[in-house]
Each structure stands twice: as structure tokens, then as C-alpha cells.
Design a protein around this ligand. Structure first.
Ligand SMILES: NC(=O)c1ccc[n+]([C@@H]2O[C@H](COP(=O)([O-])OP(=O)(O)OC[C@H]3O[C@@H](n4cnc5c(N)ncnc54)[C@H](O)[C@@H]3O)[C@@H](O)[C@H]2O)c1
Length: 363
């Protein structure tokens, strides 16, 4: 690839353009809002001048409902040899594209699994896609050159390609992203009018389950509206599971012992299914799920404490696989949970204790 066009120079389009420009590709920028294209150009993402000939790849980075009409216009103009889009839903744009009678031989759908809270070119980063998966949704129509151009784009952006069918993609993102967003919001919404004393008890459980409830509501309405049917299907299945959990909990209060046992077993089954689902979430770098153990260390809430702790773990030859910080209420201290391989727990615990750290092993 030597030349590319980016149509829609917002967060995603400008990030792709910055990554391509950094790898020596000539990128031509366009946006319905000329200021957005000029801003992207001023950031070093390419030029707002039109290309002299046909570019190798056009990347359409406009909102999902606009993908098909922009693709049709670009193809009419003969802008590029191959085309892709980056919309976060795939089935809707594909249907629109078919309805408009676009050339589907030289077009491939795609979705980089990376983003940010903010939109627009000023939020863009050249490394936004580094190490992230980038889904490609070829159809039997897609020709090899187009697939290869998209694979090259993914590689130039430092991402990892995953090939999927458009419907499977939409169901997958509904399951791992869109449904969790709605659920996190619903759980967090229970706190809106809760007693101040109840909210003050908030610990890691509610913080973890509602972390994404702080997302931008308007942006999420747009995302959900593009995949509403699939998300509604999953939420309906979830509502049935919720009904089962409620029935189980009611039975746990029954006078009859057998009924109470039945209720407990229903609720336990819900929790065990959760264990099984959670255990399927891939580990680091997409590796199979790995079980880490926690070495919890109390640290002072002051500059340099974390650096000192991490350096200590490094000296003990231990790789920190993951880390969580729990802040204690009313105390200038925090509990740092170092996730390490089970074989490293004993060594790390004693090394830290010898150096005076207050360690709590969860074994
Ligand atoms: N934001 C994310 O986290 C994320 C992640 C992956 C994929 N996506 C997808 O990337 C695409 C762009 O999203 P974004 O977050 O960069 O949005 P954005 O709002 O930052 O940018 C969209 C840009 O498209 C321009 N635009 C709109 N209609 C146009 C048209 N007809 N012709 C030319 N330009 C037009 C807008 O002026 C705007 O500058 C969307 O399809 C979205 O689904 C977003």
C-alpha cells in the first residue's frame, strides 16, 4: 500500500491516518466537516488535497448509518482500488450496501476493537490500535486483493486481524460489550436514589461491576441503536435468567425446608454458570485463561510507593501479571493486589515481608 484515503476524520479515521502516515503511506483526508479534516491534517495525519490518481485503499470512518451512502459515492467517483469501513456494527451497513447496489467485490467490512471516550480528530492517537484485535468481515464476494489490502491496513496499524461473519460479529460485540454496558448502567442506576450511608459502603464489587456505567450516554445510544435488535435478544435471555434467580431467592425464604433447598440450588446454579462463563474470558495477550493468585500489600497513599513496590517485585524476579488497587475509606492507605503466578506467591510474600511491607496472601 502506498496511498490511502480516509473519509471521516474523527477519532477512528484520524487515528488510522496517523498510523498510516507514520508508516510512510500518503493519506488523503476528507470529512463532511472541513474543519475536522483540516484539524486532522494539522496533526500530521495526511493532506486535505485530493489524490492525483486512484488510491490503494479508502477507509470509511463515518457513523454506521452513513457508511453505505459514503461508499456508494466514493465508488461512483472511482476514488480507490479497495474499500473498507470501520463501523462498530457490521450487519446493518452490509444490508444498506447491498440495498444501494454497491460494488461488494472491492469492499470489505472491518471493525477495529479500540476506541476512546472522546470523539473527533483531537482525541486521535497513532497507537490507538496497537496490539488490539481488528475484525474483518469478508463475504464470498470479497476478492483477495481487497482482503489483502485490509490485512495490510491492520498490520500497519499494529493490530491483530480476526476474520468473522458480520452477524457473528454483531452478536459477539453485543455479548461482550453492548449488553455489559446496559447492565452496568442498570446496576449503577440503583444507586441514584440510594441512602448516602448505603452508597458509602461501596467496595470493589460495585466499583468493578459499574466501572463502565460512567460512559458517555449519548455516544452509547448511538452504538446501541446500531445493534439494538441483537442486544435486545440477549437482554431478553438475561431477563429470563433474572426471573429464575428471583424465583430461587423467593424460594429461599419459604417455610418448607425442601423448597428452601431447591431455591438455594437454583441460585447456586446461577452463580456457577457465572463462574463457568467468567473462566472463558481469555488471559493476557489472548492466551488461554490463566489463574493468578493475589498477593495483597498495604501501601501508603503517597508519591513513589507503587514504584517502590513494583521495583521490589522485580528484584525478587517476579512478573506482575496484573494489578488492582483498592482504596480504603477514611485512611491514607490502599491495598494493592498483585496478581502473580501461583508458583511466585511464597517467594514474593517473603521478599516483601523481609523489606518491611505489610503483606496479606489470599491463600
Ligand atoms: N469511537 C469508538 O470507540 C469506535 C471504535 C471502533 C469503531 N468505531 C466506528 O468508527 C466510525 C467513526 O467513529 P468515531 O468515533 O471516529 O466518530 P467521530 O464522531 O469522532 O468521527 C466521525 C466523523 O465522520 C464525519 N462524517 C459524518 N458523516 C460524514 C459523511 N457523510 N461524509 C464524510 N464525513 C462524515 C464527521 O464529521 C466526523 O468528523 C463509526 O462508524 C464507529 O462505529 C468507533
Amino acid at each position: 500500500m502506498r496511498t490511502a484515503a480516509v473519509i471521516g476524520t474523527g477519532l477512528i479515521g484520524t487515528s488510522a491516518a496517523l498510523a498510516l502516515t507514520a508508516r510512510g503511506i500518503d493519506v488523503h483526508l476528507r470529512d463532511a466537516d472541513p474543519d475536522a479534516a483540516r484539524t486532522a491534517a494539522s496533526l500530521g495525519a495526511g493532506t486535505v488535497d485530493g489524490p492525483e490518481g486512484v488510491v490503494d485503499l479508502a477507509i470509511i470512518a463515518v457513523p454506521p448509518p452513513m457508511i453505505a451512502s459514503v461508499l456508494a459515492a466514493c465508488q461512483r467517483e472511482g476514488l480507490a482500488r479497495c474499500y473498507t469501513d470501520v463501523a462498530s456494527v457490521k450487519a446493518g451497513p452490509r444490508q444498506d450496501i447491498a440495498a444501494l447496489g454497491c460494488d461488494t467485490v472491492h469492499y470489505i467490512g472491518s471493525h477495529p476493537m479500540a476506541g476512546a471516550e472522546r470523539s473527533g480528530p483531537l482525541a486521535a492517537r497513532a497507537d490507538l490500535f496497537e496490539g488490539r484485535t481488528w475484525v474483518l468481515t469478508p463475504t464470498p464476494d470479497t476478492d483477495t486483493d481487497t482482503l489483502n489490502a485490509a490485512l495490510e491496513l491492520v498490520a500497519l496499524c499494529g493490530a491483530v486481524p480476526v476474520v468473522m461473519d458480520a452477524e457473528a460479529h454483531d452478536r459477539a460485540v453485543a455479548l461482550v460489550s453492548h449488553t455489559p454496558q446496559v447492565l452496568a448502567s442498570l446496576v449503577a442506576a440503583r444507586l441514584e436514589h440510594a441512602e448516602e450511608n448505603a452508597v458509602r459502603l461501596a467496595g470493589p464489587g460495585i466499583r468493578d461491576t459499574t466501572r463502565i456505567a460512567g460512559s458517555n450516554a449519548r455516544m452509547w445510544v448511538e452504538i446501541l441503536s446500531a445493534n439494538a435488535g441483537v442486544v435486545a435478544d440477549i437482554l431478553e435471555e438475561l431477563a429470563a435468567d433474572l426471573g429464575t434467580a428471583v424465583t430461587g431467592l423467593r424460594s429461599m425464604q419459604a417455610a418448607d425446608e425442601a423448597k428452601r433447598a431447591e431455591g438455594a440450588s437454583t441460585v447456586e446454579d446461577v452463580l456457577r454458570r457465572g463462574n463457568a462463563g467468567r473462566a472463558r474470558i481469555p488471559g493476557k495477550h489472548g492466551a488461554p485463561p490463566t489463574r493468578y493468585e493475589v498477593v495483597a500489600v498495604v501501601i501508603g497513599d503517597q508519591p513513589g510507593e507503587l514504584a517502590r513496590l513494583f521495583a521490589e517485585a522485580g528484584r525478587a524476579g517476579v512478573n506482575i501479571e496484573d494489578v488492582l488497587i483498592e482504596h480504603s475509606t477514611g485512611l491514607q492507605a490502599g491495598l494493592v493486589q498483585l496478581m502473580v503466578a501461583p508458583s511466585a506467591v511464597a517467594g514474593l510474600t517473603s521478599a516483601l515481608q523481609q523489606r518491611g511491607w505489610r503483606v496479606r496472601s489470599d491463600r
